[in-house]
Design a binder for this molecule. Structure first.
Ligand SMILES: CC(C)=CCC/C(C)=C/CC/C(C)=C/CC/C(C)=C/COP(=O)(O)OP(=O)(O)O
Ligand SMILES: O=P(O)(O)OC[C@@H](O)CO
Ligand SMILES: [Mg+2]
Length: 251
């Protein structure tokens, strides 16, 4: 089964999936394994590996390898550039930052990595990456023309653009560590036009209540990074967020 099929099945059966983002640059591989193991025990469905700044090839390779040896859920690459590739993962989000001002983030990095990806034969999922206010580090690094929170129709127009290009996933991003998650109106407007295409929402989701609001508004996959990296009890916080997302979807 592909990672995409695996996630679709979870979304179909449980209404929503949860993915834990680990930045390989932020800690030693052993610590990343601890975070991943506890997040999986708390019910996360996959581990996403990436960061907006380089981890350095070896650190990414080793972090992915060690996580793979220790957890049973898929490892999904979330690359900030071609240096975000490693063969020690199951799948890569082949993303274009559609609202960037810099063609390198729309198509340039992708072109540089395409032959490497081809040679590995790794699964890839075409994804529109849309960075919204406040955008955080990724907004700055990716030179995004930040999508205004108060204008959901602009985000919806970009999401549709990605869908018409054939991208099966859309990632609505507030930026890692955002003060607050994206507003439900924005998530709802985007999901309304995407219909059955998968909508990922991330940035600033720190608890079950926030996850519930995002899921209820239309998120198919909820991503949490910072809150889990900082949690005293990773398993308990993950379980709260996973439960919140599922309850929100049913509400
Ligand atoms: C598909 C290929 C080869 C490249 C994609 C290139 C693109 C479109 C990059 C988008 C811009 C970018 C820098 C994305 C990084 C995505 C990411 C991993 C964000 C999470 O970053 P964190 O590291 O958690 O944020 P902080 O740096 O604030 O911690
Ligand atoms: O770190 P947080 O705020 O959970 O954001 C996760 C993700 O959307 C960042 O790319
Ligand atoms: Mg980071």
């Amino acid at each position: 089964m592909t990672v995409e099929e695996y996630l679709s099945e979870i979304i179909q059966k449980e209404g929503v999936a949860h993915v834990t983002l680990i930045d390989p640059a932020s800690q030693k591989p052993e610590e990343a394994v601890r975070l991943a193991t506890e997040a999986v025990a708390g019910g996360t469905n996959a581990i996403m590996l990436g960061g907006s700044t380089d981890a350095g090839g070896q650190l990414l390779d080793l972090t992915a390898k060690m996580i793979k040896e220790n957890v049973s859920v898929p490892i999904i690459l979330f690359p900030g550039s071609t240096s975000g590739f490693t063969t020690n993962a199951d799948c890569v989000l082949f993303m274009s930052l559609l609202n960037s001002r810099d063609p390198h983030y729309i198509v340039g990095n992708q072109m540089l990595g395409a032959l490497t990806l081809y040679k590995t034969g790794m699964e890839s999922i075409p994804m529109a990456y849309l960075v919204c206010e406040p955008g955080g580090t990724v907004g700055w690094v990716g030179d995004a023309k930040l999508l205004p929170r108060a204008k959901p129709e602009l985000a919806a127009a970009y999401a549709l653009t990605g869908k018409y290009y054939g991208m099966r996933y859309t990632y609505l991003e507030a930026g890692s560590g955002a003060d607050s998650p994206l507003p439900p109106e924005m998530i709802g407007t985007v999901k309304h036009v995407l219909k059955d295409s998968v909508l990922i929402v991330g940035g600033g989701i720190r608890d079950g209540k926030a996850a519930a609001i995002c899921a209820k508004a239309g998120a198919d996959i909820i991503v949490t990074g910072t809150a889990i990296e900082k949690a005293d009890d990773v398993k308990a916080l993950t379980a709260e967020i996973v439960m919140g997302a599922k309850m929100g979807k049913k509400a």
